[in-house]
Design a protein around this ligand. Sequence first.
Ligand SMILES: [Zn+2]
Length: 837
Amino acid sequence: MKKIILLYCLLSTLWLSAQVEQSYYLSDNHPYNPDIPTPQSVLGYEVGEWHVSHDRLVQYMTALAQASDRITLENRGYTFERRPLLLLTITSPENHQRIDEIKAQHQQLTTPEGSNLAVENMPAVLYQGFSIHGNEPSGANAGLLAAYHLAASEDPETLTLLDEVVVLFDPSFNPDGLQRFAYWANTNRSMNLNPDNNDREYSEVWPGGRTNHYWFDLNRDWLPTQLPESQARIKTYIDWLPNVLTDHHEMGTNSSFFFQPGIPDRVNPLTPDMNQKLTQEIGKFHAAAFDELGSLYYSEEDYDDFFYGKGSTYPDINGSIGILFEQASSRGHLQNSDNGVLTFPFTIRNQLTAAFSTLKAVKTLRVSLLEYMRSFYSNAAAEAAKSKQKALVFGNPKDPAGAYEMARVMDRHGIQLHKIRQSSRINGQEYPEASSYVVPLNQKKSRLIKALFNIQTQFKDSLFYDISAWSFPHAFNQNYSYLNDSKQLGAPLTPLQKPEGTVSQKGSYAYLFEGHSYYAPKALYSLLSKGIRVKVSMFPFTRNGVRYDYGTYMVPVQNQSLDADALYALMQSVAKDNALSVLGVNGGSTEGIDLGSRNFRAVELPKVALLVGDGVRSYDAGEIWHLMDTRYEIPITKIDVRNMDRVDLSSYTHLILPASYGRGLNAFKDKLKTFAQSGGTIIGYGATLSWLSRNELIDLKFKTTSRTAQNIRFDQRNLFRGAEEIGGAIFNTKIDRSHPINFGIHSSYLPVFKNTELFLEPQKNSYDNPILYTSNPLINGYISKENLQTLKNTSFFQSSRLGSGKVIVFTDNTNFRAFWYGTNRLLANALFHATLF
Ligand SMILES: [Zn+2]
């Protein structure tokens, strides 16, 4: 013990005296232009002594760009918290003079006209991005030094590099997260650094700095592009099409340094082999640099290149090479680890080393990288020309807004979309002009289109770092069909037009609109919150030969807080904003239920609370917050777990419990029961289901898959266990469209996303099972045979009365990563229609 204490004292003195100098990162002998400000001269401390906050990072990059003719700085937009999304373009002043020409020529490489370009004379384009997870800060902090070096180095090798490479330098992929984490690490830093892992510095408060403002993992949004950070970044990506993109992360403190290639068996089959070969070639440069530095590293383990929604994989389906870096995290300034004391400067130096080895690799492999990009696109064009399938049509016959949202994502990725030539029935589905899109397949982004629509249910490997399926038509619940000719190709949609709704005429009796628009819940809330009475139909009906679906909304003209003219004006604005087709009517008779029927039921204004805080899955909570706040514009009160005991729940109609981990809820068991018994609705997701059932708020019967290992060796146990996990796949459910939980959904089958191993026995009475997995439910992705067997015919949703209130449960997430538009409606219906079932 004494020895340990002595050693500890020795080491602490060492850390105390170990002031970081710039020479720790960059050689003193290197020729640097003294007119270029060092990070220290602007920040007032050496990189690594404190965690750079985003605003200080902006300050430094601005100073650097002002001082250097090698850098142009642009702001591409703002995060939710209004932080700028900066991009530095770094290259030689000569290249800057003709940057538009370079860009145009680079783009030409991906078109038929590019076949004659002399790539030997063209610069390569490298996109370097840092710290997409805000609490993985060594990347962004290393970026300060990398940018300084590129601006200030007078070394001949750097000068050649700047001639031969255009660097798109993204100093902080996630400004809001970086700021949140820097605040945490700096606030808790002791002046005498303390490596004790138990120190508060190394355990962030919920939700931590990994995510962006609404608690999204930005490194899953490269394909969905639902968040402003991704939208700005993808725009740069599409404008430039970089040859290589690097993505600097951190991993567990006891690890070392990882660079790609990842696990060879788990590369997405749509990625060409040559991509992985070049990744390996680039990897040799990292290995050499780390050998020289003496830092431990590894590759071809742990991480994979399967899901194109990650920064290191998205480039792989776009003719580029995506590279993932993972550095063991000091998650603060200094921590004990299996590899000794891990200092923040050490993690920064490794990231800087990888940034430099990337530059060297891109400079050296420039011609091969440019040629690879050209061949990627010419091969893709040749494949598309040979293919029998010439186009794709997708759409939702009743929901122009939902179809538009999917089209918008494709448009962001540079995919050309067209109108349908005329409303048609194709393979049994209706494709009206107003809500259908045609995608020609012989276009530049043909492989990316394939990746968005691809179905894969057979896999070489049964482990996934992330989800195994993401097909867009299922996520957005759109009908789609491949076409063998281009006859349906209508006018090109550049730019895309947001659909707008209308009111047919001023109604003297009522206004009617079906519930199918994606934005119907927003419209509903907007009307109810203005005190307008709205009713909903429990049955379909027909009026003047037109059929109105279950869940049609009716706004009576009489006895409203607005007079007939003001109501008409309001209906017009609500219809326009939410892509609704509203019918103004002058009488109440229909074939079927008349408008005065008791089967038009009142819709009540919900007042919604959401449980957040320790123990709650922040992603799931953030998705709900984001959905309500940014899409439906429904106010939602975030109640922290630690304040639950003093909040009066009786002022809320609904309490949403996102997937949460047990114990935190125990303290409020009685409170939740009382809330429901006195008329409140509890909505539970995922991991809260077993808690709700155990505590008798709802009676649920779970099915389980049990499998015992046979002939599985010790070193295979993780593969065995992992194969039983559902990392994220897409399954089909059959829905009862007459049930209010399904109002507004146009189809009888609803694809759902599943990433839990929760399987619910259906209820006894068929009418209590409005959403059931089909008997052949797998649409896309990986699930073990045993789990698939168990999943068949189980429930996705259940509800049960508790006193005068209700408990509603969903086994899986209806709001996954903000791009599962197709099932968002279920949550909205639980808010507006819970009293109807
Ligand atoms: Zn990360």
